[in-house]
Design a protein around this ligand. Structure first.
Ligand SMILES: *Cc1c(COP(=O)(O)O)cnc(C)c1O
Length: 378
């Protein structure tokens, strides 16, 4: 069996070890230290934003965002249905209620139309939603202007889940910096990784100070350990932050490689009917193309379906994956309110994520290309 080609695997720059060694040499082996401070500053600088807190995971960042916005028991939070469960779980941690919003066809992200419909309907039912979690899936910016306008009209804060979208921009501005708060993930499969980690972003300094306070067990100022609130152990470690600093040095190259992967697939599929790519709708959208994703219309491919292609890859030890299963279809979230238009369900049925690592070799690409050529007989 040839070596496995992964969907998206960690891609080290080589400099990580320098920052880690520095932490060891100075005994900063703790959830604080110069790498944490450095990573936060360098990330803020990259994002052109004011304040960043480095945390243990993207999920932790989302959880703190909801706590900071005061989300509590029975509050309703509007959230994209077409996403990873981590976008939703923190709502449940707060004993609040997720309200799922389906996607629009251009970016596969939250439909502004359905968002407004949902807000009107929830208000009519007697409960105004307390927050919107806007996901930028697969690195593609959502329709930011439309969503932000609606959020402002109804005065509802937006938390951007930019876990998959580091380096993507909308109208030249980095994703994660539009909302009241934004989050990033540095999990092993993301565009850069710290092995595991996340960040919370905001223009509001008080929010980020609060996040750091809550993430370190909510210790009041006192010589002894004094607590007047419930805290969390969500801070990023100084070792992990060292990995992040080295990864951040190469983030633009990583984005470039992923965008080249997208071009690579577009070239292969250009003469095959029935294949649609998730693509930037116009010049305002800049995607990091974290994953290249397609949908396959088997009525136009002579019966070759998503599953045909997925299994052909699997046989060659190449990992691909169906698109996210919408949250409103997940057994654990079935009972919650939802506003649907069929878009995410259809995408789940016919969509596929293709191997998209920034570390794909020419050899890997040849193997991938051969599977596609054989499957579609071109
Ligand atoms: C990865 C991911 C998260 C969670 O990030 P972790 O760092 O793994 O906790 C949240 N939302 C989306 C859309 C993700 O892809």
């Amino acid at each position: 069996m040839e070596k496995k080609i992964w969907l998206s695997s960690p891609h080290m720059s080589g400099n990580e070890i320098k920052y880690i060694k520095d932490a060891f040499d100075n005994n900063w082996v703790a959830p604080l230290g110069p790498n944490v401070d450095g990573f936060e500053n360098e990330l803020a600088n990259y994002l052109q934003t004011k304040h960043v807190a480095a945390l243990s995971a993207g999920t932790a960042a989302l959880h703190l965002a909801l706590i900071i916005l005061g989300i509590k028991k029975d509050d309703e939070v509007l959230v994209s249905s077409f996403t990873f469960s981590a976008s939703v779980n923190p709502i449940i941690y707060q004993c609040a209620v997720p309200v799922f919003i389906d996607s629009e066809k251009d970016t596969w992200n939250m439909s502004p139309e359905l968002l407004e419909k949902a807000i009107e309907d929830r208000i009519e039912k007697g409960k105004k939603p307390k927050a919107i979690i806007l996901v930028h899936l697969y690195g593609m910016p959502a329709k930011v202007d439309e969503i932000m306008q609606i959020a402002e009209k109804y005065d509802i804060p937006v938390v951007e889940d930019a876990a998959e979208a580091l380096g993507s921009t909308y109208k030249g501005k980095k994703l994660g910096t539009f909302g009241t708060l934004g989050i990033l993930s540095f999990n092993g499969n993301k565009i850069i990784t710290t092995s595991g980690g996340g960040a919370l972003i905001s223009d509001n300094e008080e929010y980020i100070k609060k996040a750091r306070f809550l993430a370190t067990q909510a210790r009041d100022t006192a010589p002894h350990y004094q607590h007047s609130q419930i805290g969390y152990n969500y801070r990023m470690s100084n070792i992990v932050a060292g990995i992040g600093r080295a990864q951040l040095e190469v983030v633009n190259e990583r984005v470039e490689s992923r965008r080249k992967n997208h071009e690579f697939y577009k070239n292969i599929f250009q003469n095959i009917e029935g294949i649609d790519f998730l693509e930037e709708p116009d010049k305002y959208f800049f995607s990091n193309y974290w994953l290249t994703t397609i949908s396959i219309d088997e009525n136009k491919t002579k019966g070759i379906s998503r599953e045909t292609l997925r299994l052909a890859f699997e046989k060659e030890n190449i990992e691909t994956r169906p698109l996210w299963k919408p949250m409103h279809l997940q057994p654990v979230f079935k009972k919650y309110p939802k506003y649907l238009n069929g878009v995410s369900e259809k995408l789940f049925e016919i969509g596929l994520c293709l191997p998209s690592g920034s570390n794909l070799t020419e050899d890997d690409k040849t193997r991938i290309k051969n599977v596609i050529k054989e499957t579609f007989k071109i």
